[in-house]
Design a protein. Structure first.
Length: 475
């Protein structure tokens, strides 16, 4: 599974406007009249202060510019940044900020439901390759109570999740800087490296009789690399077209297909995805595409760690007592990533709308809390419906056990809240919580509901604390 939100880094906000320091000695404004530094500062910060819904927003801006309390006392005659911010807030008339202008790539957080659902479909369709290749991957015996070939497949997939999450963050950072050629160059070098890493891990995890699974895992790693390229560069429709051959798996749900056809259909789809991705990366081969040094590589590490933690949680949700029993859970989580992304957009869009209509921080916190509850509840409702539908349609999958559905919903809550925090820049916190929950569930599978429930509660509290503040939504 490779969701765009798993690959998509948080929307970065532009830096706040710098606060020009007033000179220590100002020229007189007129005969016998000295200019008031506070009036000048209010004039300079008029647009920002007028849009603020609380003096703390202005105080944060002053402190970010390095204004110390000593400087404020000497220059403006106020005790600290908070006192100065309160005066500025009182002096400037309130006004509603206008929406950010549309950029060449479209405004942030404006994705429609159709585009998000399209990505959800794109994320789920590769699962049909497992339906086609499943009979060919069977071996003499499995390990850890899993069918033969499962371990190399999971090892390769998990490696791809981690690598591609970090890679897509770096590429999106270049896109945010307006350098599409540099983003393509990052993908041009990073995507093949990720495919090699996933293949190497899968081969190393394979045992006797699992060579077919290792070969399939290599193709899986190559597909994840190509899909990452196309998703980051906004080529979802092209990726969907490359997956059309996998529709041949639908008859395989009822009838047996010839082995050559089971091999040919995934191979055709994989080849098409790689060719389309290679064409999309041509700007990265242009001379001079290297550009600047770019953001530090370490900045992408937390995104990879978030991919690791969330990937392990998804695997735990999907394995269950058997792959057939857990297949419906994985399908539900995969398909739910489309609605999940749309609800993230809705939460962010509602926050920006409240900034334009509400004038107090208390009103904003109350409205943002309500939106957070509605969006999370909406996602869990969609996930539950998808889980029940997948259990009815997925071959050999039993009805979800009563003890498995709560675990699935708790893991879904962890994923959605983690993605929400990641999208607002709190990726380190989200990654740490997901990793702890994944480690606890791996070491003690029986503690799965407790680990997932604890992680969901922690992320819910953090979201309530961090994301209902007006400063978190400032465009």
């Amino acid at each position: 599974m490779s969701g765009s939100l798993w690959l998509k880094p948080p929307t970065t906000t532009p830096p706040l406007p710098a606060v020009p320091r007033p000179p220590e000695a100002e020229a007189p404004a007129g005969p016998g009249t000295a200019a008031d530094p506070l009036d000048e500062l209010a004039a300079r910060l008029d647009a920002f202060a007028a849009a603020a819904v609380h003096p703390d927003e202005i105080a944060a801006l002053l402190e970010s510019d390095g204004m110390t309390d000593d400087h404020i006392r000497l220059t403006y005659g106020r005790n600290d940044s908070f006192a100065l911010a309160e005066d500025l807030y009182a002096r400037v008339e309130r006004s509603r900020p206008r929406p950010s202008p549309r950029t060449a790539d479209g405004p942030a957080w404006s994705e429609g439901l159709g585009g998000c659902l399209l990505r959800g479909l794109v994320f789920a369709l590769p699962g049909l390759a497992y339906v086609l290749a499943g009979p060919l991957l069977a071996g003499p015996q499995g390990r850890y109570g899993l069918p033969a070939g499962t371990v190399p497949l999971l090892a390769g997939a998990l490696t791809g999740w981690v690598w591609n999450q970090a890679l897509s963050h770096r590429a999106h950072t270049w896109l945010g800087l307006g350098d599409r050629a540099a983003a393509a160059r990052a993908l041009l070098t990073g995507a093949p490296a990720g495919a090699l890493a996933g293949t190497a891990v899968a081969v190393a995890a394979a045992r006797d009789g699992e060579l077919p699974a290792a070969v399939f895992a290599a193709g899986q790693s190559l597909y994840l690399a190509a899909a990452t390229v196309l998703l980051v560069l906004g080529r979802e429709r092209a990726l969907l077209a490359t997956l059309l051959p996998l529709a041949g798996a639908l008859p395989a749900l009822r009838w047996d297909l010839p082995d050559p056809l089971r091999v040919a259909l995934p191979a055709l789809s994989l080849t098409a995805a790689c060719l389309v991705a290679a064409r999309a990366l041509r700007p990265g081969t242009a001379r001079g595409a290297a550009g600047r040094g770019g953001p530090p590589l370490a900045a992408s590490v937390p995104y990879g760690l978030f991919g690791l933690g969330s990937g392990v949680l998804v695997l735990h949700a999907g394995l269950g007592d058997s792959l057939a029993a857990g297949g419906g859970a994985v399908i539900a989580l995969t398909l739910s990533m489309g609605p999940a992304e749309w609800l993230l957009h809705r939460f962010r869009g509602a926050g920006l709308a409240r900034l334009r209509t509400l004038t107090t921080a208390r009103e904003f916190r109350r409205a943002a809390t309500g939106t957070l509850v509605l969006c999370l509840g909406g996602y869990l409702t969609v996930l539950l419906a998808l889980a029940l539908a997948a259990a009815l349609l997925w071959p050999a999958a039993p009805r979800p056990a009563p003890d498995r559905l709560p675990l699935l919903l708790l893991i879904g809550a962890v994923l959605w809240l983690g993605l929400l925090l990641q999208a607002f820049g709190a990726v380190t916190t989200a990654a740490a919580v997901c990793l702890l929950a994944a480690a606890a569930q791996t070491l003690e599978p029986a503690a799965g509901p407790l680990a997932a429930g604890g992680a969901a509660a922690v992320l819910a509290v953090l979201s309530r604390v961090l994301l209902v503040r007006p400063t978190a939504h400032r465009p």
